[in-house]
Design a protein around this ligand. Structure first.
Ligand SMILES: NC(=O)c1ccc[n+]([C@@H]2O[C@H](COP(=O)([O-])OP(=O)(O)OC[C@H]3O[C@@H](n4cnc5c(N)ncnc54)[C@H](OP(=O)(O)O)[C@@H]3O)[C@@H](O)[C@H]2O)c1
Length: 267
């Protein structure tokens, strides 16, 4: 689909990081935004700062995407105020790295609740609105970790593999409806997702690997306009897809790029 003046775009996790940068660029290209996040103040400030196109004012709704009632009510409200939804970006997500044996069960549950139920509830609530239109597009934020899960990220990788499987099936299932799906597999981008644990990262993951989020935004927008099945950003992330057919080779490559802690077992 083409992003143009008046495109009605709903973005979850829009107050910071990827969602914030993506909604800014969408607004710059003329889209009318429906923004979602939990924190009211940051969300409304961001909404008010966005450049406004001729399509009408941007709108926002506070909701926790891990709660079905809040998510469905927020999406219904945004769809009503925007007059429909053309583009949906299921982006909100959380990440807690750490050895699984030591991980708080609350952190593990939070990742499952936000990263699995979040996109599931978001898409479930938005689809009826989207299918009423002639054309629509859904973007689901998975991760490089959804292609090959990493030590200290067992739960996160598991949730992101759900996002991959969810988006893959939906793309086929919605064939012929006019609504399509793109899955996004980002590597490491400079956002606030690791703010709470900058000093405790897995050895294979350092703060200096992070790339500018604008690069990811460009790749996502290109993926939407080209109706791509998948967006790998940076492109080298695609190599991790090899893991399904050649896991040992993938591990060997990872050891060369990120050191032994990325794949302590090579058997
Ligand atoms: N950054 C990366 O390198 C990277 C790499 C791979 C994949 N990803 C994926 O990209 C997505 C965005 O990540 P990010 O890096 O932009 O994260 P971020 O900087 O931490 O931003 C997360 C956004 O999601 C919102 N959010 C968090 N929990 C929520 C909930 N329960 N309900 C509604 N909104 C919620 C936050 O606002 P509130 O806290 O106010 O709700 C915030 O707006 C995630 O799905 C992540 O897994 C990121």
């Amino acid at each position: 689909m083409r992003i143009e003046t008046g495109t009605r775009a709903v973005v979850t996790g829009a107050s910071r990081g990827v969602g914030r940068a993506l909604s800014e660029e969408l607004a710059r290209r003329g889209a009318r935004l429906g923004l979602m996040a939990r924190g009211k103040e940051g969300l409304e400030q961001h909404r008010d700062d966005l450049p406004e196109g001729s399509g009408g004012p941007h709108v926002s709704a506070v909701a926790d995407v891990s709660k079905w009632g809040q998510t469905s009510r927020a999406i219904d409200r945004l769809a009503k105020r925007l007059g429909g939804i053309d583009l949906l970006v299921a982006n909100a997500g959380v990440l807690h790295y750490g050895p699984f044996v030591e991980q708080d069960i609350e952190q593990a549950e939070a990742m499952v609740n936000v990263n699995v139920f979040g996109p599931l509830y978001t898409v479930k609530a938005a689809l009826p609105h989207m299918l009423q239109g002639r054309m629509g597009h859904i973007v689901v934020l998975s991760s490089a970790a959804g292609l090959r899960s990493f030590p200290w990220g067992a739960v996160y990788g598991g949730t992101k593999a759900f996002d991959r499987g969810f988006a893959e099936a939906l793309r086929h299932e919605l064939a012929g409806t006019g609504t399509s799906v793109t899955a996004v597999y980002p590597g490491e981008y400079g956002t606030t997702i690791l703010e709470h644990q900058r000093d405790r990262l897995p050895s294979w993951r350092t703060n200096d690997e992070e790339r500018p989020v604008e690069e990811l935004v460009e790749a996502i927008l290109k993926g939407i306009e080209e109706d791509a099945r998948a967006v790998y950003a940076p492109p080298v992330v695609r190599i991790l897809g090899l893991s399904g057919i050649a896991p040992r080779l993938t591990d060997q490559i990872l050891v060369r790029i990120r050191g032994r802690s990325a794949a302590p077992r090579l058997d």
